[in-house]
Design a protein around this ligand. Structure first.
Ligand code: AMP
Length: 114
């Protein structure tokens, strides 16, 4: 199976500004930030998107969300608030086929998104 860009980042083959990592997930700064603070949380397991995660991944998905919150806290976003987004497929605007959660904060975000 061809490695995704994010799998290469998780394995240290492509540089990224890592803000957290453990044996199951990696969090790194988005290369094209859409807010003053914008980082991504990915599972090391190459799940293509939330739509293709299966029941065996339930604990891993919970861990990803827990890390979204703890890294947001580490980045000083808890009090002001922030947004967690995962894009799925073409209409969802997904460009990298490796499950990732965007964490955006540091400014007031519009709703609904475009
Ligand atoms: P999505 O459009 O939801 O698939 O999000 C992919 C995100 O990955 C975009 O916000 C990109 O800016 C970001 N991205 C692409 N390449 C890199 C990279 N090499 N390092 C960090 N972020 C990246």
């Amino acid at each position: 199976m061809t490695k995704t860009l994010f799998a290469k980042i998780a394995d240290g083959e492509i540089p990224a500004e890592i803000v957290y990592e453990d044996d199951r997930v990696v969090a790194f700064k988005d290369i094209q930030p859409q807010a003053p603070i914008h980082f991504l949380v990915i599972p090391r397991k190459p799940i293509a998107s939330l739509a293709t995660a299966d029941q065996k991944d339930t604990e891993l998905l919970g861990h990803c969300l827990s890390i979204c919150a703890s890294v947001a806290q580490q980045e000083g976003l808890t009090e002001s608030g922030y947004r967690v987004v995962t894009n799925i497929g073409e209409d969802g605007g997904q460009t990298v086929p490796h499950l990732h959660f965007h964490i955006l904060g540091g400014r007031s975000l519009q709703w609904p998104p475009g």
